[in-house]
Design a binder for this molecule. Structure first.
Ligand code: GDL
Length: 460
């Protein structure tokens, strides 16, 4: 049984993204990695596990409960804290006793299979209540506190060492500034939520580039306790074109002593999370200094064997370049960035003025295209299935750039328009979403303006 320690610093993984939850086999693989790397908490709250959110009132069937029980056992035998989270916020009636009883009934099912730690989540829900409920409680925050305190007390009586987590409706700085959940929401939590309850927080934003000590200290005063970080740095459920395999970064090491723990809600595809988890673990155990790039390179060295292919293995350089293309939400890795900058510079000049750097940029384009193509030969098929859609798209772009650069570098005598039989209108970069994306252009300050009119093959 995992030793429930009320003061332990929680470090680990949240399965809390939108989309298909991980499989039992994937979770076992994850738990083994967590043990090897020294992460102590797995938090189960997948958004699209129906019974966690959309139909939270329905009890688990015997088969579902057995599947959860084997997960709880797998964590217990490895000394990992298993936290079970329930999200009733879409339609809970806070004042109704039968809804509270349903929450308790679910937690009772989970206690029955050995689950020791619990969470209630109120993220991504309507921030309004029925008028009668509002009049009864005074605020959404008070309503949530009352329900959470009742359930917490019930759990605590049966499992005194249980950790109990709470995800607020405004769970980041921007939401709090916009007064999501009502004025004074966080202060109400600070006053009314049982002090032992851990409050989850994603930083200044849902996806936070940085989480500073100042930010956390100000929040701690409002919540009257240090928060528990729910980090979305590597989450990719909001963008189907991307995944993130850059290092844990933008957080000072001192953050660890200012919070109750750091949990990361990562890429939906488990196989793409190697660097995310490895570098979080390294951050959690780092003592004196933190160099994200060095941590990234060290993690890639450990990941490299999974890039063995049916033919010649991908080199470390290949994998670093690939990883650099899917680095972090706010940052490309050095190799990807220099390729992009080189291409931009080249394409802004007439080909007659291209110097020797054109050959180097072109060489990198071809190399990246080939790396993407060779991923089809990966021996680690789960990794290939997780990665291929994004890298196929990158391969297409590199292939087109290769054709363009080849043509232009032949010199003025090749003076002909660039066209490609593999990049035809409507199939290449096609579809309504792609067309819609071209209508409004985001400016560097974040605002949107209509794009200058441009030809649309479907309309011409
Ligand atoms: C969210 C959701 C989370 C989702 C993430 C990234 C929290 C507390 N909730 O808002 O489930 O995966 O953004 O899209 O972060």
């Amino acid at each position: 049984m995992a030793t429930p320690d009320k003061s332990a610093f929680l470090s680990g993984i949240i399965e809390g993204f939108y989309g298909q939850p991980w499989s039992p086999a994937e979770r076992l693989e994850l738990f083994d990695r967590m043990v090897a790397w020294g992460l102590n908490t797995y938090f189960y709250c997948p958004k699209d596990d129906w019974k966690n959110r959309a139909i939270w009132r329905e009890p688990y069937s015997a088969a579902e409960l057995e599947a959860l029980a084997s997960m709880v056992r797998a964590c217990a035998t490895r000394g990992i804290h298993f936290v079970y989270g329930l999200s009733p916020g879409l339609d809970i009636r806070y004042s109704h006793d039968d809804d509270r009883q349903r929450l308790i009934a679910r937690f009772e099912q989970m206690l029955g299979i050995g689950c020791a730690h619990f969470a209630l989540l109120f993220d991504d829900i309507p921030d309004r209540m029925e008028a009668a409920e509002l009049a009864w409680f005074g605020s959404l925050a008070s309503a949530q506190c009352q329900v959470a305190n009742v359930v917490h007390r019930w759990v605590h009586e049966r499992q005194p060492a249980a950790r109990f987590l709470f995800c607020p409706t405004p769970y980041c700085g921007r939401m709090a500034e916009r007064q999501l959940g009502g004025e004074g929401y966080l202060e109400t939590l600070g006053r009314e939520l049982a002090p032992a309850i851990d409050i989850l927080w994603t930083g200044p934003e849902i996806i936070s580039r940085e989480i500073t000590l100042d930010h956390i200290q100000a929040l701690t005063r409002r919540l009257r306790r240090p928060p528990l970080i729910w980090d979305n740095l590597h989450a990719n459920d909001y963008d189907g074109h991307r995944f993130f395999c850059g290092p844990y970064s933008g957080r000072p090491l001192a953050l660890k002593s200012a919070v109750r723990g750091i949990l990361t809600n990562p890429n939906c595809e488990l196989a793409l999370n190697f660097v995310a988890f490895r570098t979080l673990a390294a951050f959690v155990h780092a003592q004196d200094s933190w160099d994200p790039r060095a941590a990234y390179l060290a993690a890639l060295d450990e990941w490299l064997p999974q890039f063995a292919t049916a033919g010649a293995p991908l080199s470390r350089e290949d994998v670093v370049l690939l990883g650099d293309c899917y680095y972090l939400p706010f940052e490309d890795g050095a190799g990807a960035n220099s390729l992009y900058v080189g291409l931009r510079r080249l394409l802004s000049q007439p080909p007659a003025q291209w110097g020797p750097e054109a050959a180097e940029v072109h060489r990198q384009v071809v190399r990246l295209r080939d790396v993407c193509a060779r991923l089809a030969d990966l021996r680690a098929r789960p990794l290939f299935y997780a990665i291929w859609r994004r890298t196929w798209e990158l391969r297409e772009e590199m292939d087109l750039l290769d054709r363009y650069l080849t043509l232009q570098r032949r010199g003025p005598e090749a003076n002909q328009a660039c066209a490609s039989d593999f990049h035809l209108p409507d199939t290449y970069r096609g579809g309504l979403v792609a067309r819609l994306q071209r209508l409004l252009v985001q400016q560097p300050n974040g605002t949107f303006l209509p794009a200058p009119p441009s030809p649309d093959p479907l309309l011409s």
